[in-house]
Design a protein around this ligand. Sequence first.
Ligand code: UDP
Ligand code: MN
Length: 348
Amino acid sequence: MILKKHYKVLLACLLSILVLLALKTGGNVYKRVSSMHSVSFNGENGNVVREGKTRLPCCKWDESVLVGPLHVNQEPIAIEKMRSSDEWLSNVRRGGQWSPNDCNSKAKVAIIIPFRNREKHLMVLLRHLHPVLQRQGLDYRIFVVNQNDTYPFNRAKLFNIGFKESQGYDDYDCFVFHDVDLIPEDDRNDYGCPSGPRHMSPAVSKFSYELISPYLFGGVTSFTKQDYLKVNGYPNKYYGWGAEDDDMYRRVMVKGMKVVRPPLVVGRYTMIQHRDEERNSKAKQLLSKGGKYIDKDGLNTLKYNVQKRENYEFYTEIEVDVAMTKEEKQLTSLKDLQVQKISNPAKR
Ligand code: UDP
Ligand code: MN
């Protein structure tokens, strides 16, 4: 009798599990299609399947919308003409964000741009980058981190700030750290999540589209959130031009990771011409100790003050003062500490 009762309970359980399974997988609409959006053209599988945030299905990424090699137009378009100049640009939502309407993107990506006094470059980059990100079906937002103080420019710290600040907007899977003057020349260069720290810009016009060193890690890089945390982000103490990217390369090595790159034919960028910035004369000295300070300088010691967070039509601006410390001043040459000229990007 007791046995019979147990059988009945067991049968009921089995039946309800079967019904639940049928409901979950039944109907094409809610079926996960993770195998269909791996980015295979550069030999990596940067796939992230988002789990159960909404009942939307994962996007089937339609690679046929990709153009391949792109024409770079170095004319900046005025912001008021940008939306009507291109179908992709007309889709951008305030704050410089976009996500597919009817499906969950394979990745949520924050694009972080370090910025000071490069308004024209920003306008050129925006008109090229938004269409690429959309054609890749990414759920993204573009953050411009504007250093609005009189200290020497600190590209690396602005990346760390962008990483931290973006978390107040969404739960990003991965991060693209993007110089403002590098314009992508091929939309097959994957802005989605990388399989390891990725150097996305191995072929830059300024260097005749050649990888000038196997240790190069500047320009445009991308990290998963996990890997960026693992290396403790970028170092904070490099003020002025140079070596912060080499320091990051060392961090990646110290943590036993490998840099991945797209093929040269895909990882192509036009660098908009500009005058050279002042070199940090202490950069080499700092780099000689790079790698050793990985756990003592980075995300875990980051200090800055936000002056403003603003959603403009094609990007989100985070205006900051990088709060240079006494110790950082001692690590920077006096010449570099001369008062810097600052201005703001076009505000719309
Ligand atoms: N940058 C900036 N304002 C500056 C210096 C640098 O906005 O005054 C940012 C910008 O994103 C730029 C990046 O830092 O692309 C790298 O600096 P730069 O282009 O001078 O270095 P390069 O890679 O050309 O040697
Ligand atoms: Mn440059």
